[in-house]
Design a protein around this ligand. Structure first.
Ligand SMILES: [Zn+2]
Length: 210
């Protein structure tokens, strides 16, 4: 870290640094988990598609009980309010989908880290988190802006006959069409949608584009 980067934070209270670190880290999580479906995200636990304005940064190992994992990217993912607050994290579903998302090895590392003794984070680590995630977010957003080709942004959501690709139809309706070019949605995330689309007539499939 350069000394001029540190300057704005040197006189801040610990509580203020903590708030800023949470914001900086959560802003990154929000971007990371919604950048492929602009304006929306899929909850890590229930897999429902929700508006990004409703996203919580949900900890698998809670921030209160596992402070060492409070700012660990593998431990925090976009989650809906229902799962985060009302289902206490919906942890069985969370674990199942977390393993699919980060892989078995990284999940095992997370489990190992959770067994470490609680540690108190110091102000220098908080400043490092604030700066690291501000830069990471800005760099990633600039990268996406450079890659976006607006004139054809809808084209890859349609098949050769002009009908919306079945696995993108629900998503497209939900977001009002604001899906960036190149959005990749794994088909296994929506098997029901695909099944329904196979049974539908071409006209019914096409109706989703209006
Ligand atoms: Zn949920």
């Amino acid at each position: 870290m350069k000394s001029q980067d540190l300057k704005p934070y040197l006189k801040k209270s610990f509580a203020s640094l903590e708030r800023q670190a949470v914001k900086s880290f959560n802003d990154w999580i929000r971007w990371r988990d919604s950048r492929e479906i602009r304006d929306a995200f899929i909850c890590i636990s229930c897999r429902e598609l929700k508006s990004v304005t409703k996203m919580h940064a949900g900890h698998f190992y809670s921030a209160g009980h596992y402070p060492i994992l409070r700012f660990d990217e593998d431990n925090v993912h976009g989650q809906c309010e229902r799962c985060n607050h009302f289902l206490s994290g919906n942890l069985n579903e969370y674990r199942q989908h977390l393993e699919k998302k980060i892989g078995k090895d990284r999940l095992e590392i997370l489990d190992q880290k959770s067994k470490a003794r609680a540690h108190r984070i110091d102000r220098w680590t908080l400043i490092e988190i604030i700066l690291t995630y501000k830069i990471k977010l800005k760099t990633s957003q600039n990268h996406v802006l450079e890659k976006t080709h607006l004139p054809d942004s809808r084209s890859d959501h349609f098949n050769g006959t002009g009908s919306l690709q079945p696995h993108r139809r629900k998503l497209f309706q939900f977001t009002g069409g604001h899906i960036p070019a190149g959005t990749q949605i794994r088909r296994e995330e929506d098997p029901q949608e695909e099944k329904q689309a196979k049974q539908a007539t071409p006209q019914e499939v096409g109706s989703g584009t209006n």
